[in-house]
Design a protein around this ligand. Structure first.
Ligand code: NAD
Length: 467
């Protein structure tokens, strides 16, 4: 296996980054804490690698397909390591590795074709899609491999080279993924850098970077946009969400309860497009609360490496503290914990799956993104009120509507102000769809052909029909 750029990058000024197992709260390994000054050499090597990588689409397709095979072959190494540093149940880590390989295959075969331009005049034109150069990606800790591949698969397929920075909480599986993928690519086409801030800020403002593609929280997204303004690099931001699920009068509560519960609690609620608020008709309110609370009380919580666990710990201490703070505030505001409401008496960052009833609509657990295993359920009288509440935040990532009359559900879904609306499910994405949050949830479009074109620039050639 070829060493990736990060392997031989000098780390002499830098210390090491301790990586904590969230199931125990104890550090179990470390990664390089790279100094931002190292970025100059890393970007220079990535720019040099671009000259050949940009040249031939067929070579890129073959290399990315080989990378997908290599990722699949390394699943038994990648998945347990991902669980160890991220916390999620190991079956979900295997699924994440599989999605990483699938995304590589999808983009490997998505080759942009030249497009003719004609407006009826004798001058004709053609758009030839060109890569941007060396691009940067910065990703969070909730789906480290899946989100890394969501960045590098379209960027590399488009003919760019990439420098990618994972979260300091989850550097290890991404470093391993980087070296597995790099084994199928020319050297320095994909480089992983790891370390604490200001490494990300310096990467986003580096003059050699032509596109900064970021996934993370809204405040950091703002900081990244400011950093990238220094070089006027293109910016794509996939940011936080506060998705509402609106249940309609004709919903079959028992039938949907499992699906709704897992749409909120999968990955311990640490999903940008998880259900983060439920609006239930007043007539069904107590049944909905009880159905969700029953599932919260019976879900098996434990270390992700234990094959029986359905829910792991939160990823890190600050995230656990945030969940405790939001829950305590909601309870102080008059909410009732129908399930959970407290930390679990285990080592590590475990919080009991929590369903909150009677939460005031202005409590932070409703108005902000909790990003953890705590779900507020709110009653409504008229569906217009529920739609207004669903749309009434600065977020606009996703939303869903649940009911048996599909036409009616579709009509309500159509009124949600967000990038993706689901009916009777939530948070499932197709590789071929555009993924774009609105309002403060994002800038630019990822996913599908739009994700590929987000990594390309149009180069237009005009010609007259007569010489
Ligand atoms: P975060 O914003 O704290 O960190 C994200 C990344 O940015 C990390 O790699 C971090 O090290 C880096 N970073 C921190 N400060 C930086 C700076 N000043 N300049 C450049 N980079 C910097 O987010 P997080 O806590 O790691 O992840 C959780 C957030 O991510 C949630 O808000 C979640 O909704 C969001 N998210 C969004 C999507 C999406 O597709 N919309 C997907 C997953 C997660």
């Amino acid at each position: 296996m070829r060493a990736n750029g990060f392997r031989d990058a000098p780390t002499s000024h830098a210390g090491r980054l301790a990586v904590v197992d969230p199931a125990t709260g104890v550090a179990f390994d470390e990664a390089p804490d790279q100094h931002p000054d190292e970025l100059d050499a890393v970007v220079e090597r990535a720019q040099a690698a671009w000259r050949d990588w940009r040249a031939d689409a067929a070579t890129r397709t073959a290399a990315l397909l080989a990378a997908a095979d290599a990722v699949e072959a390394a699943a038994a190494d990648l998945a347990p390591l991902l669980t160890r540093e991220q916390g999620k149940p190991v079956a979900e880590s295997y699924a994440e590795v599989a999605r990483t390989a699938a995304r590589l295959r999808y983009f490997a075969e998505l080759v942009p074709e030249p497009q003719p331009i004609s407006d009826g005049r004798p001058v004709r034109g053609e758009i030839r899609w060109r890569p941007l150069g060396t691009v940067a990606a910065i990703v969070p800790w909730n789906f480290p491999l899946q989100l890394a591949s969501a960045k590098f698969a379209p960027a590399l397929a488009a003919g760019n080279t990439m420098v990618l920075k994972p979260s300091p909480y989850t550097p290890l599986a991404t470093r391993l993924l980087g070296s597995v993928v790099a084994g199928a690519l020319p050297e320095n086409v994909l480089t992983i850098v790891t370390g604490r801030e200001p490494l990300g800020a310096r990467l986003a403002s580096h003059p050699g970077i032509r596109h900064v593609t970021f996934t993370g929280s809204i405040p950091t997204g703002r900081a990244v946009a400011e950093s990238a303004a220094a070089s006027l690099a293109r910016v794509t931001l996939e940011l936080g969400g506060n998705d509402a699920a609106v249940l309609l009068e004709d919903v079959d509560v028992e039938r949907i309860a499992d699906r709704l519960f897992w749409a909120a609690f999968r990955n311990c609620g640490q999903v940008c497009m998880a259900v983060k608020r439920v609006y239930a008709p007043a007539r069904l309110y107590s049944r909905v609360v009880e159905a969700l609370a029953h599932r919260a009380k019976t879900a098996v919580v434990g270390a992700g490496l234990d094959p029986g666990s359905q829910l792991g710990p939160l990823n890190n201490g600050p995230q656990l503290a945030r969940i405790e703070r939001y829950t305590a505030q909601a309870l102080a505001d008059g909410a009732r914990a129908a399930a959970g409401g407290h930390r679990l008496d285990l080592s590590g960052y475990f919080f009991a799956p929590t369903v909150l009833a009677g939460v005031p609509p202005d409590s932070p657990v409703v108005t902000q993104e909790q990003f953890g295993p705590v779900l507020p359920v709110l009653p409504y009288d008229r569906v217009d009120e529920a739609v207004e509440a669903a749309n009434g935040t600065g977020f606009g990532l996703g939303g869903s509507v649940w009911g048996t009359d599909l036409e009616r559900a579709e009509a309500v879904a159509d009124r949600l102000e967000c990038g993706t609306a689901w009916i009777n499910h939530h948070a499932e994405l197709s590789l071929a769809q555009p993924f774009a949050g609105i309002k403060e949830s994002g800038v630019g479009v990822a996913g599908g052909p739009w994700g590929l074109y987000g990594n390309l620039r149009p180069f237009v050639v005009h010609r007259r029909e007569e010489a």
